[in-house]
Design a protein. Structure first.
Lengths: 166, 369
């Protein structure tokens, strides 16, 4: 201890304190502050850049998800539209079929009615002609047959049978 | 990996051989082992002390006088008025300097006031009893402190400027120092002091780290400086740590000092404990920086003594086996000293940061303890 005190030099102590404090103050102003500031700034910059990259990544994901969603929606819409079109088409076809059937039935009925009436008219016509013919034939036959009584009777019977068939 | 190691090896080997050369020149014309041993002891002793002139080595001339290679430094004394003169007046302690009618003698690296004949009076323990004028000389140590300061200023000013120029990217030597600065910030300051308060201590921590490291490294060069192994220098550094710790101490710090148990006990129970505890705590304030100054001083001093003794051994052995062996040892120790130089700077900075951390703590002690 005594040796240490003996060794202690007040002058060196004085200069060391003075120079060192001066050095700390000088370096603080001219070196440490700018160094630490720029290092901090750089670190903040890196941190910000990383955060920005992370954000961009997230945004990218969002955009991808969005477009996927849009695509899905579009697909669904197309599906729906197609389905609707198909339904409309089916309905149209069914409708027209129905209508055509109704129309056809109507026409058939009309035709049947027309045929019926024509037939009736034709039958009536034939009947009248047949009647006329029969009358003519009868007249002739009668004229001829009436000459013979038996033949006359038979003829009448035959004619009557023929008429009944009609 | 191989190349830098090789260059380091050559670097250290060069320095060692130069130191060895210096010692060799010193003891060139000596005969007798005992004479050589005392001379080496004296040489080491002299080297460990601060000196009033910057001499790298001396050469013994044929007529027995020594020729010193170096330059004198200004001596500044306060002895009933300011006395400034060149240390060349002492002729390395061989002559008495006469300034304004006062006589001064350099004796064991200290300046004593003497009579014209240069008589030194001793007490019974062989201590000089002559009056010592207040010595504010620019010694070798002061010159080295100044050079280190300049070196640091230009180095770190350059680093600071290179940030501005290169867009926050260091250039050149700054690339080596930037990680160290960041290490001190992150692993010494922030981890010990905390994110909130570390900023105000950063200038001191950074300066003290590089200051001690550079001076330690200078101590390993053949310039023969031993600044960080000087008690006055380490005392000055430790006092700054002490002042910074206690002047920036928060309320919690002082509360912890004078009321270490907090609210965990009733005051009646604390009273007998505090009779012992508080003096210990107060003593602790002084012991912490004191351990700092002694640790740095002792480590550097011891390193210098060991390396120089091993170099001295080379000249004592003077054989083909002994001398290379002690050279190898000196070389190995020098490598360790390079590590110690960094380690001591780290320890000083680390412990200072730790003490600052105590001073700026702000937490509830009742819970923490």
């Amino acid at each position: 201890m005594e040796k240490l005190i003996e060794e202690f030099s007040l002058g060196l102590f004085f200069w060391q304190s003075l120079l060192f404090i001066g050095l700390v103050l000088l370096l603080r102003k001219f070196a440490w502050k700018p160094i630490l500031d720029s290092v901090n700034e750089r670190e903040d910059g890196i941190k910000d850049a990383l955060a920005a990259a992370e954000d961009a990544k997230k945004e990218m994901q969002n955009v991808t998800a969005d477009s996927e969603k849009l695509l899905k929606e579009a697909r669904a819409e197309r599906e729906a539209m197609l389905k609707e079109a198909r339904e409309i088409k089916d309905k149209l076809i069914a409708d027209s079929k129905e209508q055509a059937k109704v129309e056809g039935d109507k026409m058939i009925k009309q035709a049947q009615a027309a045929i019926e009436s024509e037939k009736k008219a034709a039958v009536a016509d034939i009947k009248s002609q047949v009647a006329n013919l029969s009358v003519d034939i009868a007249e002739k036959v009668i004229k001829e047959q009436l000459s013979d009584k038996d033949k006359q009777l038979k003829l009448v019977d035959d004619l009557l049978g023929d008429i009944k068939l009609n | 990996m191989r190349k830098p190691f090789l260059s380091q090896f050559l670097f250290v080997a060069l320095f060692l051989s130069m130191s060895a050369f210096a010692t060799a020149e010193e003891s060139k014309n000596d005969e007798g082992g005992k004479n050589l041993k005392t001379e080496i002891t004296n040489y080491i002793d002299h080297h460990l002390k601060d000196s009033h002139d910057f001499s790298l080595f001396s050469i013994k001339q044929d007529d027995g006088s020594k020729k010193y290679i170096g330059f004198p430094l200004p001596v500044i004394l306060w002895d009933k008025g300011l006395k400034v003169f060149s240390s060349s007046k002492f002729h390395h302690g061989e002559t008495i300097a006469e300034v304004d009618g006062n006589h001064y003698k350099l004796y064991h690296s200290k300046i004593y006031k003497t009579d014209a004949a240069g008589t030194i009076n001793y007490d019974d323990k062989h201590h000089a009893t002559n009056t010592k004028p207040l010595d504010f000389s620019i010694t070798k140590g002061v010159v080295m402190i100044f050079i280190t300061g300049l070196l640091m200023f230009f180095l770190f000013r350059g680093l600071a400027k290179s940030y501005a120029k290169n867009g926050s990217i260091p250039k050149g030597i700054g690339r080596f120092f930037e990680p160290i600065v960041l290490y001190i910030r992150d692993d010494i300051a922030i981890s010990n002091i905390g994110e909130k308060h570390y900023k105000k201590y950063m200038p001191f921590l950074l300066t003290v780290f590089f200051f001690i490291w550079f001076l330690n490294m200078f101590g390993l060069t053949p310039l023969g400086v031993n600044v960080t192994g000087n008690i006055a220098v380490t005392t000055a550094l430790a006092i700054i740590t002490f002042l910074l710790t206690n002047l920036t101490g928060t309320k919690d710090y002082w509360k912890h000092l004078f009321d270490p148990l907090g609210d965990s006990m009733p005051w009646l129970g604390k009273l007998p404990l505090y009779i012992i505890l508080i003096p210990i705590e107060i003593l602790g304030i002084f012991i912490k920086p004191f351990s700092l100054l002694i640790r740095l001083y002792a480590n550097m001093q011891a390193g210098h003594i060991v390396v120089m003794s091993l170099i001295g051994l080379m000249f004592i052995f003077k054989s083909w086996i002994g001398s290379p062996l002690s050279f190898g040892l000196a070389f190995a120790i020098s490598l360790i000293e390079i590590l110690v130089a960094l380690l001591q700077a780290y320890i000083f900075t680390m412990l200072s940061a730790l003490y600052f951390g105590f001073a700026s703590e702000e937490h509830d002690h009742a819970e923490a303890h």
